[in-house]
Design a protein around this ligand. Structure first.
Ligand code: ADE
Length: 343
């Protein structure tokens, strides 16, 4: 059976969205981290406002939980316009976008999450919208089939994806600003957790306790904020509201989060490569089948951080455990990595 990953998944959980909104930055000045992206965006925003024209279309890619949706709303706030959101899988035909596109006012944002899952028919439908702010809507069918052109107000499309590689070249080329979001540094995460603790009414929390939460959040603000909430509950119920490094350790141990922030799903993934596949190389499909998991989930939510930690190598022949990855789960590294001087 697939492992439930309710505390440490970087994907958004259905019930937590309202909670998330309360902690998200709303203006660019409040945004912590992604300094290079924020610098590029600030210039683009200032230039667009100066010309009273919409911001160029933006493509954001990177692992889940790093702030792509938040940024779309921050951008709208900075432009003084509205953001409307939809997602690739929710769109099955081009005309699904007619209502959303025609209600946009000048400078509004249309945010399409998981844009790599948008069907090709929808993709082709939005090309003229992106380029010329017009759509060609089919009316009637058969002998009377024709299209009616509708003019749109100049708007900004923000596309988000966890898989930049799956975006077609024609779609990608229509985005003027494309940026990869990186995992947050421990210092950035600490700053985010401190801000969140303040907003949750925990302003006097010990800094070392917050640092421990930040360090176990796998570079991901969404996980950091979720762990903070779990720790707050634990402290309230088990420690009369006291919150120090010991309480954080106990709370995170209960959630199965290890000192590097890895959870049972990450460790199971490493163990399967390490034992069943003797360290690899092996294909992600084979690992997914052994774990009864979806290969896409492994690629999106498990592998990026293991790659970042240097526990996993993606080679042309498949996934391989590195010496550090093997050491973490206590198995022998594959021969290629056995003589790794770093570990
Ligand atoms: N909360 C979640 N992500 C954040 C960020 N990047 N900056 C500030 N607060 C956040």
């Amino acid at each position: 059976m697939a492992i439930e990953r309710l505390v440490t998944t970087p994907a958004a959980l259905p019930d937590e969205e309202p909670l998330n909104w309360s902690l998200r930055p709303t203006r660019i000045g409040e945004y912590i981290g992604q300094a290079d992206l924020i610098a590029r965006l600030s210039i683009a925003l200032q230039a667009a406002r100066g010309r009273t024209s919409p911001l160029d279309h933006v493509l954001l890619h990177g692992p889940p939980g790093l702030g792509k949706t938040t940024l779309a709303h921050v951008i709208a706030a900075e432009m003084g316009t509205k953001a409307y959101t939809t997602s690739g899988p929710a769109l099955s035909k081009g005309t699904d976008l007619v209502a959303a596109l025609t209600r946009l006012e000048s400078g509004d944002i249309l945010f399409i999450d998981e844009i790599h899952r948008m069907p090709i028919a929808v993709e082709e439908f939005i090309y003229p919208a992106m380029e010329d702010y017009r759509i060609d809507v089919p009316v009637d069918s058969g002998m009377h089939a024709r299209t009616v052109q509708i003019k749109l107000k100049p708007f900004t499309l923000i596309g988000a994806t966890t898989r930049a590689g799956l975006i077609s070249a024609p779609l990608r080329s229509r985005f003027v600003l494309a940026h990869h979001l990186r995992f947050y540094t421990p210092d950035e995460l600490l700053a985010i957790v401190r801000r969140s603790a303040h907003m949750l009414g925990m302003p006097h929390t010990d800094l070392t306790a917050l640092k421990l939460i930040a360090d176990r959040s796998r570079g991901t603000p969404r996980i950091a904020n979720r762990l903070l909430r779990r720790v707050r509950d634990y402290s309230q119920v088990k420690a009369a509201g006291e919150l120090n490094i010991n309480i954080v350790q106990q709370a995170l141990a209960m959630e199965g989060v290890d000192p590097l922030g890895l959870d049972e799903l990450d460790r199971q993934y490493l163990r399967i490569i390490g034992t069943t596949y003797k360290g690899g190389p092996c294909g992600v499909e084979a690992i997914a089948a052994t774990m009864s998991e979806d290969a896409g989930t492994l690629e999106d939510v498990v592998e990026p951080f293991l790659l970042q930690l240097g526990f996993l190598a993606r080679t042309r022949r498949g996934r391989m455990l590195t010496a550090a990855g093997a050491k973490h789960i206590g198995v022998a590294p594959p021969p290629e990595f056995a003589a790794d001087p770093e570990t």
